[in-house]
Design a protein around this ligand. Structure first.
Ligand code: OVV
Length: 399
């Protein structure tokens, strides 16, 4: 159905620009004021900025498909740069089958068994940094800790681990329009993509690991051998650049709020809820797309079939109609219900691993450090899909 352009809000806002990455929140507020769904004229897509509508679209997988791609590219019309994810970029019934496998592999019981190991490794990483007194929280913590614990849990050996950084970055840099950063990463595709494919094979995965458990689902007939490899690939795609970015953004948010750090240092058991509050306050994964398989409506606005819908989860997490003092970081607030991990059937299946990693890092720091200061300029990587810092120079004052 044709939409009368004059009757719907439109904006020339660019969700993928460097300026937006540095500070998206004023623009998000203007979008929320403009309407429940806003036409973004630069890209010919719909944007959804408010909490209630983001949540209801995420909860309506029948009218808002994931098979059209999680990023800007419309797989109903264009060929994706990599074979689509069979969990993130799939609808039921395929998604139901693949999700069941990963939900089992990443279940709460499994997490409990990993917790002590993650915490011990975080202390080993953090203590010498605290002794040194100053460090780059991105280079020395955020880009190190997930790479040190997650591929081990996944069952992948040490060889070539720097390729994980490149691959994870590639996946999320491919969420927006092609830019120089994406092209630079893709220049390494000829070595990185075959390396990733090899690491996803059955024989590359240590017995008892997450990866080996995925192949047990193959042996049980739940998924095919090829699907097994693609689900290992999903853990590699989704499990590193996300936690790297989120741990970096979390430290950045806390470093900008000394009074909040003091609360955490006074009670390091708040680390887990502090991490969730930083995800709400400055979400590392600021958006995800859906695609309409057919005509539908959002908040009464008619939407054509095969349209890309940009769900601004970072904006929803600052919506004053949902959150009191939405623009304030408050690690003691009741933060459950934020959409930084999404919600619905595609809600982050790895969120317990992410929380475990971040909790290990934040509690190890909070146990030792009474104050954090930012000592120089911070910068963002030019990733269109994540808000990821490239550097965060800090000085820490030990207790
Ligand atoms: C959540 C997420 C992000 C990126 C890639 C994938 C999943 C995947 O399944 O490949």
């Amino acid at each position: 159905m044709a939409v009368a352009a004059a009757r719907v809000a439109s904006s020339d806002f660019d969700p993928f620009s460097s300026e937006t990455r540095r500070n998206p929140y004023a623009a998000y507020e203007r979008l929320r004021a403009a309407g429940p769904v806003v036409r973004l004229t630069r890209y010919d897509i719909w944007a959804v900025p408010g909490f209630a509508e983001v949540k209801s679209v995420l909860e309506d997988h029948a009218n808002f498909s994931s098979a059209g791609g999680a990023g800007l590219a419309n797989y109903f019309k264009q060929k994706p740069w990599r074979p689509p994810s069979i969990i993130l970029e799939a609808d039921p019934p395929l998604h139901t089958r693949t999700r069941a496998v990963l939900a089992r592999v990443l279940s709460p019981g499994v997490m409990r068994r990993l917790a002590d190991e993650f915490k011990a490794r975080a202390v080993t990483l953090i203590d010498p940094l605290v002794e040194a007194g100053s460090f780059d929280a991105i280079r020395d913590i955020a880009e190190v800790f997930p790479i040190s614990v997650f591929p081990d849990a996944l069952g992948i050996d040490q060889e070539g681990r720097e390729n994980f950084l490149t691959y994870g970055a590639m996946v999320f840099a491919g969420f927006g329009p092609e830019n120089d950063y994406f092209r630079e990463l893709m220049a390494k595709a000829a070595t990185v993509l075959p390396w990733v494919a090899a690491k996803c094979q059955r024989q590359a995965l240590r017995p008892g690991s997450f990866g080996a458990q995925i192949y047990q689902a193959v042996d049980a007939g739940e998924i095919s051998e090829e699907e097994g490899a693609l689900l290992v690939r999903s853990l590699l795609s989704a499990g590193l650049d996300t936690t790297i970015s989120a741990i970096g953004m979390s430290l950045y948010s806390l470093a900008r709020a000394p009074a909040q750090w003091a609360v955490l240092a006074g009670n390091p058991t708040l680390a887990r809820s502090a991490f969730d509050e930083t995800l709400r306050y400055d979400s590392a994964a600021p958006f995800v797309f859906r695609t309409t398989p057919h005509e539908t409506v959002i908040a009464g606005v008619p939407i054509d079939g095969h349209e890309k819908i940009l769900l601004l989860v970072a904006s929803a997490n600052r919506d004053a109609t949902r959150w009191e003092r939405a623009d304030e970081l408050d690690i003691t607030r009741r933060v459950s219900g934020h959409v930084g991990f999404g919600v619905g059937i595609h809600g982050c299946v790895g969120q317990m691993v992410a929380r475990l990693e971040a909790e290990a890092v934040l509690s190890a720091l909070a146990a030792r450090v009474s104050r954090i200061e930012i000592t120089g300029d911070v910068a963002y990587r030019e990733s269109t899909g994540l808000r990821a810092l490239s550097c965060l120079p800090l000085r820490v004052i030990p207790k």
